[in-house]
Design a protein around this ligand. Structure first.
Ligand SMILES: [Zn+2]
Ligand SMILES: [Zn+2]
Length: 241
């Protein structure tokens, strides 16, 4: 199982997962015409795209994907909010119910996410993905202020690490909402410690905040806490900043 991040921030998220048999996209929050350049080949070569939630930095290109025949898999509320609910290439997933996509078994789980601007709750899915081909599995979770579930041992974690308390100024006007919308470093460390990491070979830190995050420090802290090789997903592989 190979996980690749192409863009990862509140400006746009795009990832892929491949097990040698099946290739899927995870998120499509960049302009459609930039996707081929980032990935190296056209989005239409993927069997499906899993989308976590309706915020544009995760879902920007859903309409272009379904129009071109790439199945977009997400919750009913995300499909409705992004305007693809009745499209024939829109696949509605249910939480805790496994769906097969090629050689992947995909289990969505509920994340806990607020819109930082309005404070309203935004339905958001994380995904536990297992490959029938290589037997490996991955947890993908972003835009969630904590992880509500314990997972079976997986080989790959790709998980949000957005902020650290010291990096969010006390007078930040949306401080409290941020803490109930995105995952902080110490929350992630606690979550990882509560899970069985004996089979984990890589941890990808995704959706790191530009203003309240520190990719180098986050990688060091997570490696120190887990002993597992950890990588900070680039904000955008074309425009690393
Ligand atoms: Zn986001
Ligand atoms: Zn969001």
């Amino acid at each position: 199982m190979k996980f690749r991040p192409y863009a990862s921030s509140s400006e746009g998220n795009l990832y892929s997962l491949n097990d040698g048999q099946t290739s899927i996209l995870i998120e499509c929050g960049v302009p459609y015409n930039e996707m081929t350049g980032l990935i190296g080949y056209p989005p239409t070569s993927f069997m499906a795209c899993l989308v976590s939630h309706a915020h544009k930095d995760h879902s920007k290109s859903v309409k272009e994907l379904v129009r071109r025949g790439v199945a977009v898999c997400c919750s009913e509320s995300t499909a409705r909010a992004t305007g693809i609910l009745n499209h024939s290439f829109s696949v509605v997933l249910e939480p805790e119910r496994e769906t097969r996509i090629g050689t992947f078994d995909v289990m969505p789980f509920e994340c806990q996410h607020l819109d930082v601007g309005s404070g309203t709750r935004i339905p958001c899915f994380g995904y536990l993905i297992r490959s029938r081909d290589d037997g490996e599995s991955m947890v993908f979770a972003t835009d969630t202020f904590y992880l509500p579930v314990k997972f079976p041992p997986v080989q790959i974690w790709a998980v949000e690490c957005n902020w650290a308390t010291d990096l969010v100024p006390l007078d930040c006007p949306y401080r409290d909402r941020l803490f109930q919308s995105h995952m902080g470093l110490h929350v992630l460390i606690d979550a990882l410690r509560q899970n069985d990491l004996t089979r984990c070979r890589e941890i990808h830190l995704i959706h790191i905040s530009k203003s309240h995050g520190d990719p180098e420090m986050f990688v060091k802290e997570i490696e120190a806490a887990t002993g597992i090789p950890t990588y900070a997903a680039p904000r955008n592989i074309r425009r690393v900043s």
